[in-house]
Write a protein that binds this ligand. Structure first.
Ligand code: ZN
Length: 531
């Protein structure tokens, strides 16, 4: 971001002239930052992108050159480590790989239909017994928790392989960094010993299947995992994520009908310390849940309206908001515990958090709770999902109908969509209309807008890696030119890097090439290669 540094004494005269020429273009681009037309003049597919030709440089200085890709670890072993790394380097210019070390979201098996041809025979993965844990576990490090990772015995495929040990040398020889990627989820209950000890308790004190951020054993489990992974593998970084929302969004934009959480002893103690009355919060959430569930089931609309009914409960029970904020702080606290444990072992490791699509792009509660800058004491980066194509059907199927049924009954879906675009800073004249949401994805301008928001929210205190999504099942068809433009837009908006998403095994080679074309332009422009 910002003007190129033309006064750097270390620049060669050629480099200085080049940057000075760019400075004029940057100034022009910054004047017309919101003008899509102004940017389109240079943001199309690069003219000189064939091999052997110099890629067209970009009229801005990238903040970084991280170019990662997410993948299922079994895919790399199935396709061959060398084959996979070569395919990624040759086509996408990848300089960092992020396989799962712990795939506790239980989403490793992608359907045969959604997987891409990478030049090796595709096997049908249904029925394969694949581990969720892809690193060796050292139980002696887990002394502060009774939870135990999945035990990967000889009944699992690839059980005799040690991916994160095997991959380091071939990755480094290609100039690639290696990050572990982790997702937690309620699927852990099936494989993690003693998981039921750490689950949340709902308003009726019933145990759930989701772990509580405030449970000391859950915090200790993940902190120990960080120490374990970084003590035993020579990793460059880690990306950890949990695709779940706070209690308020779980009620007003629900994925299920479950009562709100968490009111366990640890959460009540945190509330007490923060001056939030847990019984008032409990009663508020109980009434809010009853209200929203009733509206969604077709109960008569209140005389004052559906949204006013929601607001009335917030006014009578401000503890609803206080409890939600404590939820978020406890989520950040477990991240802080992990961050500190990694840094104690490897201070220069790049540690960051996966911000999935709802918090990155349609969860106003998450956005309101804190800026990315406020996460910087325990984050080197955030990887924000900005899947342009997939967002459109997600808005159509998830965001719009849920809010209309829960709290925005008076607002038409088209008005709700416009309100959404305006509140999130997306350009309603560029992005799909209600009718178009099913057929057309969001534009690369969304990738620019959301990345620019994230960079501004981070305020220079942490890095932003933008998740560029393509070949995501359920999204409108992808095309290489749009993927290339989306990748360029992320860097133009100030991203320090991108992460090709969501899974390598789904990515068509022509789409990886589009990332590569964009990335070569970034590299041609970057003052130095510094992934
Ligand atoms: Zn709790």
């Amino acid at each position: 971001m910002g003007a190129p540094m033309t006064h750097d004494p270390h620049l060669t005269p050629d480099r200085r002239r080049f940057l000075e020429r760019l400075a004029g273009l940057v100034a022009a681009a910054e004047v017309g930052l919101r003008s899509t037309d102004g940017l389109r003049a240079w943001s199309g597919p690069a003219a000189g992108d064939a091999r052997g030709q110099s890629p067209a440089p970009l009229p801005f200085t990238p903040a970084g050159t991280f170019n990662g890709v997410q993948m299922g670890p079994h895919t790399m072993l199935d396709e061959g480590i060398e084959h996979t790394l070569d395919l990624l380097a040759d086509n996408a210019g990848t300089n960092a790989v992020l396989p799962y070390s712990h795939a506790y979201n239980n989403g490793l098996i992608k359907s045969l239909r959604s997987r891409a041809d990478h030049g090796v025979p595709l096997t049908d993965n249904r029925g394969r017994r694949l581990p969720l844990v892809w690193v060796r576990t050292h139980p002696e490090l887990y002394r502060d928790t009774s939870l135990r990772h999945q035990v990967v015995d000889s009944s699992f495929e690839h059980h005799d392989r040690d991916l994160f040990a095997e991959i380091i040398a071939p990755a480094r020889s290609r100039g690639m960094k290696v990050y572990a990627r982790i997702l937690e989820s309620s699927a852990m209950r099936n494989v993690v010993e003693n998981f039921d000890r750490v689950v949340t308790r709902d308003v009726d004190d019933q145990p759930t299947t989701v772990a509580c951020w405030n449970h000391p054993e859950y915090i200790a489990f993940w902190a120990a995992t960080m120490e374990d992974v970084f003590r035993h593998y020579d990793l460059d970084g880690i990306q950890w994520g949990a695709e779940r929302m706070g209690p308020l969004m779980n009620v007003i934009s629900p994925w299920n009908n479950n009562p709100p959480t968490c009111f366990c002893e640890h959460c009540r103690a945190r509330g007490k310390a923060a001056g939030v009355d847990s019984e008032r919060a409990r009663q508020g959430y109980r009434e809010l849940h009853t209200y929203v569930q009733g509206q969604m089931a077709g109960a008569p609309r209140p005389a004052d309206g559906m949204f006013v009914g929601f607001l009335r409960l917030l006014i009578r029970y401000p503890e609803i908001l206080g409890w939600e904020y404590q939820y978020r702080l406890s989520r950040e606290a477990i991240c802080d515990a992990m961050y500190r444990r990694v840094k104690a072992v490897k201070p220069d490791a790049d540690v960051g958090w996966h911000i999935d699509h709802q918090p990155s792009s349609w969860d106003l509660v998450y956005r309101a709770e804190m800026s990315y800058e406020e996460m910087a004491p325990h984050a080197d980066f955030v990887k924000i999902i900005a899947y342009h194509n997939a967002l459109a059907p997600r808005l159509r199927d998830w965001y719009l109908p849920r809010f209309q049924k829960s709290i925005l009954g008076e607002v038409s879906l088209q008005d709700s969509l416009n309100l959404y675009y305006d509140l999130f800073g997306y350009d309603r004249t560029t992005e799909p209309s209600l009718e178009e949401l099913g057929n057309r994805g969001m534009s690369p301008t969304y990738v620019f807008d959301e990345t620019r928001h994230a960079v501004a929210s981070a305020n220079g205190k942490l890095k932003v890696y933008t998740g560029i999504g393509f070949d995501v099942p359920g999204a409108p068809p992808d095309d290489p030119a749009t993927i290339e433009e989306a990748t360029v837009k992320a860097f133009e908006a100030g991203a320090h890097g991108i992460v090709a998403s969501r899974e390598y095994e789904e990515m068509k080679v022509e789409h990886l090439r589009a990332v590569g074309r964009a990335f070569r332009r970034v590299q041609a422009t970057a003052p130095s290669a510094r992934p």
